[in-house]
Design a protein around this ligand. Structure first.
Ligand code: AMP
Ligand code: GLY
Length: 424
């Protein structure tokens, strides 16, 4: 099988690594890929958002299946574009991708299907006064979300009512451009978060992947600015059998059935951003792809060949194919550029990767090749994942490997996994 994987981050490195292990793969292409993905296949200079160019590549290279890594092409309708064009696509249609593309659509969907989530209302510039009134009915902190895609930056959590009102007016006035023309205001939920991934075939078939937890803030102890993700662990100790049974019954099944009922064709990964509120799972958000950096911890914990699963999901028939979870624990720590998530420099030479690869999996994110060197080209640079019998051991291995990697300005969090490994 000839596969084209779209994307360029650590998530795509982990997907490419996993896909490349399959005996079913004749050739893997990654577009555009990064400085490490060419270890698993061939990088192509191609924009995932340029559908006619992707189509030409599919024809020229005889691609059998496209795996879409990030949300932008899905929300823009890549799956619809290729319908009836003799290539399988892993990823929902535009109607399915609205679960991530519009928080207002996602919240209304959850309400229609009785899926537990925070109480909310949506507002536009015309209903600003009503927005102020709704804020007054809520307790601090106030959660304001831009309706559309905002590169992970569209959620504001604000302590004071006055500041929240000001932020609402600014958001509706274009703080996030068209993405915040509608703003969702919701109740603040208190609890610990985890990420649940489901591969579904659009016909009611699904498999649950290993559960992960990511660490979004730049600073230790979950402080400072939000980032794309500073690390991840899998499994998540609190996501035990009892919790997951509730997730499956109250969230996964109604989501999958709701998508079918509403004619939102969905053959791909559903990412449930969940929060555990005193043992009860609630949905914080849907994404329509795998998570980053969760994928870097989840893929190494899948013991089954992923390619038949992807193919079956894209065909609409997962049937009884197994998705076997590894009993090992995985810990991923991300090395970032100094200054990230604010301004940072690029082009720093990364050293020590070969040595680190002896004990850990090294997934490139913001890197590129320059001659024989690997240089930084993004904020999140390298994901280091280790597997071990327990999470503390996996974390120790990742930190040991990281200590041998260097680049100018390199930073990483030293407390990944600490919250779930010390909580007994
Ligand atoms: P989102 O982009 O929707 O994932 O939101 C970003 C982050 O904001 C989430 O990962 C949560 O940590 C936080 N968040 C979002 N909604 C809520 C909520 N209703 N209550 C508490 N925290 C929230
Ligand atoms: N790790 C969160 C995300 O991928 O959106």
């Amino acid at each position: 099988m000839r596969i084209l994987l779209l994307g360029s981050g650590g998530r795509e490195s982990a997907l490419a690594w996993k896909i490349s292990k399959s005996p079913k793969v004749e050739k893997l292409y990654i577009a555009p890929g990064n400085g490490g993905t060419d270890a698993y296949g061939e990088n192509l200079q191609l924009s995932p958002l340029d559908f006619p160019a992707v189509e030409k590549t599919v024809k020229d290279l005889g691609i059998d299946m496209i795996v879409v890594g990030n949300e932008d092409p899905l929300v823009a309708g890549i799956t619809d574009y290729f319908q009836g064009k003799d290539v399988l696509v892993v990823g929902p249609t535009k109607a399915g991708a609205e679960l991530e593309g519009s928080k207002d659509v996602a919240k209304a969907f959850m309400t229609r299907h009785g899926i537990p989530t925070a109480r909310y209302r949506s507002f536009t510039a015309d209903t600003l006064e009503e927005g102020y009134n709704f804020l007054e009915t809520l307790k601090a902190p106030y959660v304001l979300k831009a309706d559309g895609l905002a590169a992970g930056k569209g959620v504001l959590i604000i302590d004071s009512l006055d500041e929240a009102k000001k932020a609402l007016a600014e958001m509706l006035g274009g703080m996030f451009g068209q993405s915040s023309a509608t703003v969702v205001i919701e109740e603040f939920l208190s609890g610990i978060e985890c990420s649940v991934f489901v591969l579904t075939d659009g016909n009611g078939g699904y498999r649950i992947l290993p559960v992960a937890k990511d660490y979004k803030r730049i600073g230790e102890g979950d402080t400072g600015l939000n980032t794309g993700g500073m690390g991840a662990v899998s499994p998540v100790p609190f996501a035990d059998e009892t919790f997951m049974a509730k997730v499956e019954e109250r969230i996964i099944l109604p989501t999958i059935n709701g998508l079918i009922e509403e004619g939102r064709l969905y053959r791909g990964f559903i990412f449930l951003g969940l929060i555990n509120v005193e043992g009860e799972p609630m949905v914080i958000e849907y994404n329509v792809r795998m998570g980053d950096p969760e994928t870097e911890a989840v893929m190494p914990r899948i013991d089954s060949d992923i390619v038949p699963l992807l193919e079956a999901a894209a065909r609409g028939d997962l049937a009884d194919l197994p998705l076997k979870h590894s009993p090992l624990a995985a810990a991923t720590v991300i090395a970032v550029s100094g200054g990230y998530p604010e301004a940072y420099e690029k082009g720093k030479t990364v050293k020590g990767l070969d040595n680190a690869a002896c004990e850990s999996l090294i997934f490139h994110a913001g890197t590129k090749k320059e001659g024989d060197s690997i240089v930084t080209s993004g904020g999140r640079v390298i994901a280091v994942t280790s597997l071990a019998a327990t999470l503390p051991e996996a974390l120790e291995k990742s930190y040991r490997s990281l200590s041998g990697i260097t680049f100018d300005g390199m930073a990483y969090r030293r407390d990944i996994g600490r919250d779930v490994t010390s909580a007994k």
